[in-house]
Design a protein around this ligand. Sequence first.
Ligand SMILES: [Fe+2]
Length: 227
Amino acid sequence: MLTQRGNRFWTYEESLRFLGVELGRIMSVMKLSSGGLFVQSPAELTPELKTALEELGEVRFVAPASKLHGHLYMEQYRAAYPDATLLAAPGLPARRPDLRFDHVLGDTPDPRWGTDIDQVVVAGHRWLTELAFFHRPSRTLILGDVGFHVGDDSPLKTRLVARALRIRNRLGPPIELRLTIQNEATFRRSIRDVLAWEFDRVVPGHGEIIDSGGQQALLEGYDWLLE
Ligand SMILES: [Fe+2]
């Protein structure tokens, strides 16, 4: 169920098929030093997952990566945890008028989680504004669609599609996201802000977790932008 990856850090991998290809998606769970849980990109809240979460603590914050990634099951968390705070990414409140959000995440972490988790807005893309998170105690970077990572453990069909999308064994965005960057300087500055964090592990939005050497993987995955 939930896999402990580092200090106060767990992941849960869920199946996700997109255009007939198994992409998978990953939920991250962080236990804040103040006690509660910060959940990023929540998975479907099955009874098993609910029990596993309850063993760790009380769900206090639920955050997406963007308006496209990580908000699918938020209504289940709202219903199960009426006192939890739902956080939005830019553009998400308009997409999910059924949900009441506490606020829209920006570059400044809130004091309620800021001692444990830092955040950066990855900006400069035409339609995707994403939140990257850094969990300090476990030195983990958490991405969404700007960080696909399809490695050798993925199914053959997924690997073939990933090659076409230029994300095979590469931590980065699929080619169509690359080609629709609106302001390259802004996007580059965002990725440099992410690289300033001292992370070792990377949890991609889709694909395989990189348990160490994540800095180097991100540098290599973004060589087309950074050089
Ligand atoms: Fe995604």
